[in-house]
Design a protein. Structure first.
Length: 256
């Protein structure tokens, strides 16, 4: 009997703004093993957090908060000019809201993942990473940080003795430094299913991605991300799982 290798499959959830989008998220949840749940910064509210956390509990999906810049108009995907104290306050408020609801459901958060532009900015900004980590640790002192390999926030979290869960994207293109190509650039988002599957297999089987300038970039990941706001996300997750299983990889929760 073969011993299957394991990889976590995660999605960002609680970002829905319609019944159709909610149904899409629920469908996706049957194929993932961890989730990051919007907590009011770029999307989400008490009702959506309550619903998605309850579903994660029922489906045995690891979950945690997904804070962002306070930017619902831009879905957290644009740079926000905000002072350090105000950003700290915003992240703290988002995390407190999440903690209140998760505590009521008796669901312990297992990670925090920043969203969108804040996630990208913490790739290289040490001051911003410190603000975010201070806010996170003020609410969840021992929680894991889900972030990109090569990022400043990854290094700072490790220095603080935190568990780091390295995430790779199967539907986004990278530059040679390991930074995600901005969505504003044409073809930065991969939409072809065969190419998505190829990138997923390259990450887990070979430990690298091919960047936009054709550089081979080492990419060791603990989890692969499926974007939950894409309407075909559940199909993508299903096809990726099938491709992983075919080469003896099992989709399984990251180690807590």
């Amino acid at each position: 009997m073969k011993i299957l290798k394991k990889i976590d499959l995660n999605a960002d959830l609680g970002e829905y703004n319609s019944e159709t989008a909610l149904k899409n998220e629920i469908s996706l949840m049957h194929h993932i093993t961890s989730a990051s749940i919007a907590c009011g910064g770029h999307a989400g509210n008490h009702h959506s957090m309550d619903k998605i956390i309850e579903l994660c509990k029922r489906l045995e999906i690891l979950c945690g908060p997904h804070p962002s810049y306070p930017d619902k108009d831009g879905f957290g995907r644009k740079k926000v000019i905000i002072g350090s104290k105000d950003l700290y306050k915003s992240i703290t408020e988002q995390l407190r809201s999440y903690k209140e609801i998760s505590t009521r459901h008796k669901v312990t958060p297992t990670h925090v993942k920043l969203h969108g532009q804040l996630y990208n900015d913490c790739f290289f900004d040490s001051e911003l990473s410190e603000i975010c980590l201070n806010a996170i640790l003020g609410i969840f002192p021992e929680i894991a940080i889900m972030c990109q390999p090569y990022s400043v926030i990854s290094n700072q979290a490790k220095v603080r003795g935190l568990k780091v869960i390295h995430e790779a994207f199967i539907d986004r293109k990278y530059d040679s430094q390991g930074i995600l190509i901005p969505r504003s650039i044409d073809n930065s988002v991969i939409t072809s299913m065969p190419v998505i599957i190829k990138q997923a297999l390259s990450i887990v089987e070979k430990g690298y991605v091919i960047t936009d300038d054709l550089t081979v970039l080492k990419m060791k990941a603990d989890t692969l991300c499926i974007h939950g706001d894409e309407m075909d996300a559940s199909l993508t997750a299903l096809e990726v799982k099938k491709a992983l299983n075919a080469v003896d990889w099992q989709v399984s929760q990251y180690a807590k």
